[in-house]
Design a protein around this ligand. Structure first.
Ligand SMILES: C[S@@+](CC[C@H](N)C(=O)[O-])C[C@H]1O[C@@H](n2cnc3c(N)ncnc32)[C@H](O)[C@@H]1O
Length: 188
C-alpha cells in the first residue's frame, strides 16, 4: 500500500504553511475539543491552538512521519480514519481537511466521524470539488503516486449525513473546493 506521505513528510512540513487554507478558526471558535482526522503535520490545529490555548486539540494521522513533523504541544495520535481510536461522542468538533479523498475506506471513515462526534457537535470537511478540471488532474497525479484518490461530491456527503439524521450545509464553495459543515442533533 502506498505510503506517499511517509516519504514526503519533511518536504510537506516545509511547504504546507504556504498552502492557502480556508478559515476554520471562525467555524471552530466555540469548540472545546477538536479532532483533526488526516491532520498531517498539524498546521491547522496549531493555528487554532495558538489563538485559543484552552481548546483541546487532537491530531490523528496514519503517517507517523507526518505526525513527527507536527508540534509536540498537540495531542498526536497515529491511527486510521476508518478505525478512530477514541470512544463514541469524544469530540465536539471534527475536522477533515484535504484528507477524505486519501482514505482507502471513505464510507467507513465517515461513519467513524459520526460515531466520535458528541450530540450537538459538528464535522467540517474540506475537499476538492470532483467536477473541477484541476481536481481531475490532481486525482490522476495522486493515483500515479499510488494514492487511492477518489473525490466524493459534496451532494453525496450531504445525503450521507442526512441519512444519519444530521443537518449539513455547504459553505464558501468555489469551483475547486467545498467546505461542508454537518451538525449532529442535540439528541444524538
Ligand atoms: C494532503 S494531507 C492533508 C493534511 C492536513 N489535513 C492538511 O490540510 O495539511 C492528507 C493526510 O491524510 C493522511 N491519511 C491518508 N489516509 C489516512 C487514513 N486512512 N487515516 C488517517 N490519515 C490518513 C495522510 O497521511 C496525510 O497526512
Amino acid at each position: 500500500m502506498s505510503r506517499i506521505f511517509d516519504h514526503i513528510a519533511p518536504v510537506y512540513s516545509v511547504f504546507d504553511r504556504f498552502i492557502p487554507r480556508p478559515d476554520v478558526e471562525t467555524s471552530t471558535s466555540n469548540s472545546e475539543k477538536i479532532l483533526d482526522v488526516g491532520g498531517g503535520t498539524g498546521t491547522i490545529l496549531q493555528r487554532i491552538s495558538d489563538e485559543r490555548p484552552d481548546t483541546q486539540v487532537y491530531l490523528l494521522d496514519r503517517s507517523r512521519p507526518m505526525l513527527k513533523h507536527s508540534d509536540r504541544s498537540l495531542h498526536r495520535v497515529q491511527g486510521d480514519a476508518s478505525r478512530i481510536p477514541f470512544s463514541d461522542s469524544s469530540f465536539d468538533t471534527i475536522l477533515c481537511i484535504d484528507a477524505l479523498h486519501h482514505f482507502v475506506d471513505k464510507h467507513r471513515a465517515l461513519k467513524e466521524l459520526v460515531r466520535v462526534t458528541e450530540p450537538g457537535g459538528s464535522v467540517v470537511i474540506i475537499d476538492l470539488e470532483p467536477k473541477s478540471p484541476l481536481t481531475k488532474i490532481i486525482c490522476m497525479v495522486e493515483r500515479l503516486l499510488g494514492e487511492p484518490s477518489y473525490f466524493l461530491a459534496p451532494g453525496s456527503l450531504v445525503r450521507f449525513f442526512s441519512e444519519h439524521g444530521w443537518t449539513s450545509e455547504i459553505d464558501g464553495s468555489d469551483f475547486h473546493q467545498f467546505i461542508l459543515t454537518a451538525k449532529k442533533s442535540d439528541s444524538g
